[in-house]
Design a binder for this molecule. Sequence first.
Ligand code: B1M
Length: 209
Amino acid sequence: MILDDIKSATIAGQKAQVENGVKRALEEGLSPGDILDNGLIAAMLVVGEKFRNNEIFVPEMLIAARAMQAGVRIIEPLILAGERKYVAKAVIGTVKGDLHDIGKNLVIMMLRGAGWEVVDLGVDVAPEKFVAAVQEHRPQIVGVSALLTTTMPAMKATVEAFVRAGLRENVKIIVGGAPVSREFATEIGADAYAGDAGSAVEIAGGLVA
Ligand code: B1M
């Protein structure tokens, strides 16, 4: 089945095969969401598992990530299609010390697809940089992503930086990423936790409604 082909090509880091697979899947009428969830994202779960079991190492993980991103680039225009009317503005980044950006990029893609204006701060974003971006762009939402348990404390530091800057009441802060939970979000004083890119859009919409 085509989704299995996309998944195994992503795991193997075969960029051209992933691109061909995604194009074929779209031609066969599969939805971008289905390809994303059951092909590309499903593959990264397997990649993580293999890494944990020492079956693969960082270079293979990186190559798989690049293959996934090649697939996402084909789907992105379809998700972004439609009229451009900004619902609200968000500033999003991956926390200091953390270089994982695939999940963050998906959240950004889905928000933009839903009509949000999003400022992407990239990865390894220090708390002060989040604060400066809010001063500059005046968003309603700040999104903070972390993929490592070791960078979760940087999320707390980010929330605290907003308190210190006197800006905490001006923004709603959403946190997300594989090791993050609703309990953790509450514990560090964030406004919300989102488990995936789709729910991030719903939650962000709810917070500004
Ligand atoms: Co890294 N890595 N990695 N890695 N990596 C993980 C996270 C890990 C779980 C693998 C494992 O051990 N099984 C593990 C962390 C363990 C831990 O902390 N307990 C790990 C490790 C250890 C590391 C290094 C330390 C390895 C090393 O160097 N020894 C190193 C750290 C580098 C650093 O950041 N300082 C490292 C490096 C890398 C690569 C660079 C090779 C590459 C990243 C490439 C890139 O992002 N451009 C990489 C990858 C690819 C992974 C795995 C395999 C896949 C991550 C991914 O993209 N998933 C990952 C294993 C895994 O997660 N299963 C792993 C797909 C993506 C769509 O899911 O990011 O969870 P995710 O996003 C989801 C949700 O979480 C949510 O929405 C998304 C989808 O709907 N979400 C949000 C995410 N952010 C959100 C924000 C929101 C809301 C929702 O609101 C703001």
